[in-house]
Ligand binder design. Sequence first.
Ligand code: C2E
Ligand code: MG
Ligand code: MG
Ligand code: MG
Length: 287
Amino acid sequence: GAKTRGKNRCEIFDAGLQARAVDRIAIASALRRGLRDDRFVLHFQPVVDICTGDTVAVESLVRLDDPDRGLLAPGTFIQVAEDSGLIVPIGTSVLEQACRELVAWRASGAAGPGLRTAVNLSARQATRPDLAETIEHALAQAGLEPSALTLELTETVLMEADAATLRQLERIRELGVGLGIDDFGTGYSSLTYLKRLPVSFVKIDRSFVAGLITDPSDREIVTAVIRLGQALGLTTIAEGVEEPAQFDALRQLGCDQAQGFLLGRPKAGPPGDIAAVRAMRTAARVS
Ligand code: C2E
Ligand code: MG
Ligand code: MG
Ligand code: MG
């Protein structure tokens, strides 16, 4: 009867909750071990100037090289890292590695002086009073100039930023570090913070880019974000570009930069020559 069903449902629910809790504990301990043994590694994905085809930046994306589970993507552990506070030391390690690696690429000739590195900042990091200091330290330790670093924050972090956080962000901006908004369009939609905050770029979320060719409302949204960016003097970056038709549409709409599997998947080491861009350049010269 209904009672039994109710009870069963309840047990299933509890079992699921318990499994998730155990899972989270296991992940948290893998994160602690990863920190202790220095097993957080970065993969780098190219960001391309849509007009010139040049790689202008890489996004530095964290992975955990776990001895038991293999290479873990951030989707499997970022939430636990946030909730446990472990994202703070992990994030510091990411910042330091990203800066160091770029300097090493320059030294070996794998990167020119104009290439920048982009690092994601979580809410827990962004609201810390020592954020600016941590960033300055990472730059100084690597010997990297601030203008070669950009930081990606989410809309939610920016909207909820209190006066102290805003002062930190302004200090970082004054150093010359670029600040911008990641996954734009997926958070709360108040736009007042765009005016209030020291941001220099917006990244159009890949869910909108995915429908750019096939879904008229996605196309309208992408168009509107690019116009808004232009009106406010912000660099617009499209995420999740997988098809040449999306790249072409973005160029026609006046988007500044693009990132996605079409241009390169995240990988260890410096960005190489981008075959898709080379092919498009050849096509442009031929036609
Ligand atoms: P994000 O910052 O929006 O980074 C872009 C994500 O989209 C990356 O996933 C990238 O591999 C994926 N991506 C890039 N191009 C394409 C494409 O063409 N198609 C599809 N389907 N996906 C594409 P990844 O590396 O798994 O990272 C996921 C998220 O984890 C990031 O999203 C970011 O929010 C977070 N994350 C990564 N590294 C860090 C970090 O060091 N600190 C913090 N706090 N978060 C990080
Ligand atoms: Mg990002
Ligand atoms: Mg993003
Ligand atoms: Mg995204």
